[in-house]
Ligand binder design. Structure first.
Ligand SMILES: Cc1ncc(COP(=O)(O)O)c(C=O)c1O
Length: 389
């Protein structure tokens, strides 16, 4: 008899990496079990709870409606509400029929890549970047062509990168703006040039706008302003503060709706029905008023934290215009960001994310710090870190 447990793995699993931050979180939990008060700045979700009007809409719907599967494309009133939001906030007309409601933007990313990529195809994307993007591509046996970016391009791709790195197997460019982990944005002008360079090569542009709405001092925009020949990913997770509800959406060129619907039916059947009814309240003025107050709070936190981190010795070469992250250069404080994160956690009881989770472009020099805490807590955190150095 074979003593080894049965454990056959697909080759693709060799490319799917766990999050390093999980190790930090495990260590944080151990410290908390010992009674230490850990400040969490490693987590990629807002600390604000879902706005009350959204929760109330969910409760009403649960009481009044049967919660069956919905259409794989999502309930039409929500698709119409999203279209209405594009028009009222961004002045962009999007047909509700081109909007597909998904289980978070994660499902939207998988659907977009699922209809676009063949095995061996390449997708251009920035490094540092959101790690799941390269893993979605790998899951489909395609190849993430990661491009090292730095402060010179605000940690974003440019049309020059597209021109230089486009190869015979490249089929798409993926841009996230605002970005995770850097919080930086692509300007509409640069994005337009990336779009043109991608289209000129017969490729498809995918824009991840999941942090849309969370921008500070920068006018919010959407890539849909350039026309309908691109894929746009969005979510209720971040600006709308609904991470656990698992709801997002995808906007596709009309010719792709049927294929995305077919794939969505097969992979997910539908997004969560209660979450969809709840999200109908997300665009109501009373909800937006709450979200805008919270956006102002995020801006105040960012404005507090950047100079405080610089004073300790972190570098912040580009002021992040959005999301809730600071991608800080820690090379003046330590030679290895993972060891630094571990030290800051064990000695100062502040959890941050080492750069390694976001790619291979100088990860040892960077950490991601999320400002998903009140200013008082941030003050306490930088005080604790500052005393270490
Ligand atoms: C850039 C980016 N894209 C997509 C996601 C996925 O989010 P969700 O599936 O909750 O919409 C995240 C989550 O942190 C992200 O940072």
């Amino acid at each position: 008899m074979n003593a080894e447990p049965f454990h056959r793995l697909a080759a693709r699993m060799a490319y799917i990496e766990p999050f390093e931050v999980m190790e930090i979180q495990t260590l944080a939990r151990q410290l908390e079990a010992q009674g230490k008060k850990v400040i969490h700045m490693e987590i990629g979700e807002p600390d604000f709870t879902t706005p009350r009007p959204i929760v109330d809409a969910a409760i009403r719907a649960l009481n009044e409606k049967p919660m069956f599967y919905t259409s794989a494309l999502g309930i039409m009133p929500l698709r119409e509400a999203i279209a209405g939001y594009y028009e009222s906030k961004y002045g962009v007309k999007v047909a509700p029929q081109s909007i597909i409601v998904t289980a978070g933007s994660s499902a939207a990313l998988l659907l977009a890549m699922g209809v676009l990529l063949n095995a061996g195809d390449e997708v251009l994307m920035a490094d540092p970047g959101y790690p799941c993007n390269r893993h979605f591509v790998r899951t489909l046996e395609a190849v993430p062509r990661t491009i090292a970016v730095g402060p010179a391009s605000a940690y974003q791709l440019t049309h020059g990168h597209v021109e230089k790195h486009w190869g015979p197997r490249t089929v798409a460019t993926l841009v996230a703006s605002p970005s995770n982990p850097t919080g930086t944005l692509v300007t509409p002008g640069v994005l337009k040039a990336i779009h043109a360079a991608t289209i000129a090569r017969g490729g498809t542009l995918i824009v991840d706008e999941i942090y849309q709405g969370l921008t500070y001092g920068v006018a919010p925009s959407t890539a849909l302003a350039f026309g309908g020949d691109l894929f746009v990913i969005n979510s209720f997770s971040k600006y709308f503060q609904m991470t656990g509800w698992r709801l997002g959406w995808l906007v596709v060129p009309p010719a792709y709706v049927r294929e995305v619907e077919t794939l969505a039916q097969n992979l997910f059947i539908s997004a969560s029905a209660p979450a969809q009814y709840a999200a109908l309240a997300a665009f109501k003025p009373e909800t937006i008023a709450i979200l805008e107050e919270r956006r102002a709070e995020f801006k105040a936190r960012r404005d507090f934290l950047i100079p405080a981190l610089k004073e300790i010795g972190f570098g912040v070469p580009v002021v992040p215009g959005g999301a809730f992250y600071i991608y800080a250069d820690c090379s003046k404080l330590a030679s290895d960001s993972f060891e630094l994160s571990r030290r800051i956690l064990t000695e100062a009881h502040v959890a941050i994310t080492p750069g390694k989770d976001f790619g291979a472009n100088e990860p040892e020099k960077h950490v991601r710090i999320a400002y998903t805490n009140s200013i008082d807590t941030l003050r306490e955190a930088v005080g604790r870190i500052g005393r270490l150095f």
